[in-house]
Design a protein around this ligand. Structure first.
Ligand SMILES: C[S@@+](CC[C@H](N)C(=O)[O-])C[C@H]1O[C@@H](n2cnc3c(N)ncnc32)[C@H](O)[C@@H]1O
Length: 353
């Protein structure tokens, strides 16, 4: 393979629950949505400060801006994220004295990327109408190349990079282990490498996601506590003979929740982007009324696919019933007060050389 050719990727795929039913991601993504809205002002300021309309790599002759949302899933979040970027680009045009005519002509080509088994049908059925905006779906793992080189002006991704490309090691039965951390670091490197090829020099990449305050062990976070309860339920239903004990003991989610400093280091290691803004912000659930039912629904929306693949369809409903029962013993409001779950918002700019 020649240097610069798109890298093939071997990535496992764990789609969110599709459709728009009660357990779909589309109807159970209010926590992520809260996070997106928490970060809007910060990312808007960073886009306005760093989007250089005189950069020759922006297609000013045709006035076309190409935007991609990586790991779009299904539901309103991706549409709001894209709308926020479009509105901010228009605002940036208005800030320039000589672009009034250009603003009239401005068109947006918007790409929605996710794994090929994401429910793109529902996504496109619910796509809001927006003049001057043309949409396309791009299937494939964002841990490798999914666009031609130098083809995008602004990239966005939210609540995606804690999803690993694979469960690290064979069935290790632990969460946030050193093997998960190692996989996370490799994955971020591949993500940034691929985006640095696809974005034009001077192009911007907005990254939002989940993290933990430095110094706090995963087990003391809200996510850590709830995941532990969930993994306990797996053992319970294994003991009841509903699933294999071996499978229950060795299951681990293909996820890693990094500390903020780990995210920072991973971003700064890449030399193809400059970090224009990186902040730890409060977690979305601080503003949401997190009840037991909501947590169970969120788990269904996120993990139904992973669990069916590992344990089979028939045991998953029993598992969620058990989880709902166990979770009611857990004082969510107390966890919310003390836990150190956080989010990060980052804006990167592709270096000019
Ligand atoms: C929690 S959802 C976030 C969806 C949306 N961005 C939001 O903010 O609500 C994570 C999404 O990332 C996608 N994803 C995970 N790994 C991926 C990969 N390697 N390539 C493309 N998409 C991926 C999942 O399929 C899922 O749709």
């Amino acid at each position: 393979m020649e240097k610069g050719d798109p890298k093939p990727t071997v990535t496992e795929s764990f789609p969110m629950s599709g459709g728009d039913g009660a357990h779909s991601y589309a109807r159970n993504s209010s926590l992520q949505r809260g996070g997106l809205f928490n970060a809007l002002n910060k990312s808007r300021e960073a886009i306005l400060a760093n989007l250089d309309l005189r950069n020759p790599n922006f297609d000013r002759n045709n006035n076309i801006v190409r935007i991609a949302d990586f790991g779009c899933s299904v539901g309103p979040n991706t549409f709001d994220a894209v709308k926020h970027i479009i509105d901010t680009v228009k605002l940036r045009f208005r800030q320039e004295d000589d672009v009034d005519d250009d603003l009239q002509d401005l068109e947006f080509h918007v790409f929605f990327n996710d794994q090929s088994n994401n429910d793109f049908n529902t996504l496109f059925k619910t796509l809001p109408k927006n003049e001057n905006c043309f949409a396309a779906g791009v299937p494939g793992s964002f841990y490798g190349r999914v666009f031609p080189r130098n083809s995008l002006h602004i990239g966005h991704t939210s609540y995606t990079l804690h999803w690993l490309s694979r469960v690290p090691g064979e069935n290790i039965g632990k969460q946030n282990s050193p093997a998960h951390k190692e996989q996370f670091e490799k994955d971020i490197e591949n993500f940034l490498e691929a985006r640095s090829e696809e974005l034009v020099p001077g192009g911007l990449m907005i990254v939002l996601g989940l993290c933990i305050s430095d110094g706090v062990p995963f087990a003391q976070t809200g996510k850590g506590i709830v995941m532990e309860i969930f993994l306990g339920c797996l053992i319970d239903i294994a003991k009841a003979g509903i699933i294999s004990e071996e499978k229950a003991k060795t299951f681990s989610f293909p996820k890693y929740f990094p500390h903020f400093s780990e995210v920072k280091e991973a971003m700064e290691r890449n030399r193809r982007f400059s970090v224009e803004m990186m902040e730890e912000i409060k977690h979305a659930y601080e503003d949401v009324d997190v009840g037991h039912e909501l947590v169970v629904s969120v788990y269904r929306g996120l993990y139904h696919g992973v669990l069916v693949e590992h344990f089979g369809e028939s045991s998953v409903d029993v598992l969620f019933d058990r989880f709902a029962e166990e979770l009611t013993k857990c004082p969510l409001d107390d966890i919310k007060k003390t836990a150190s779950d956080r989010e990060y918002v980052i804006v990167l700019r592709r270096n000019l050389v």
